[in-house]
Design a protein around this ligand. Sequence first.
Ligand SMILES: [Zn+2]
Ligand SMILES: [Zn+2]
Length: 71
Amino acid sequence: MFRYKYRQTNPPGEAQMTTATQTKCACPSCSCVVSPSEAIEKDGKTYCSSACADGHPNGQGCGHTGCECHK
Ligand SMILES: [Zn+2]
Ligand SMILES: [Zn+2]
């Protein structure tokens, strides 16, 4: 297994636009919207948490308030 790449800083070449584009978590059962600075990328998709990126292997949710994506 490989570890997920956590985005902690923006690449130098990536200019900050007016507002950060928010992306929905790629997990089908997840309704979270994730900002690029907090996104976890796996296989070219964007997830809100490592639990979502993993497909909730232990029935663990993303932990975001109001989201029940682990069920
Ligand atoms: Zn979620
Ligand atoms: Zn998610």
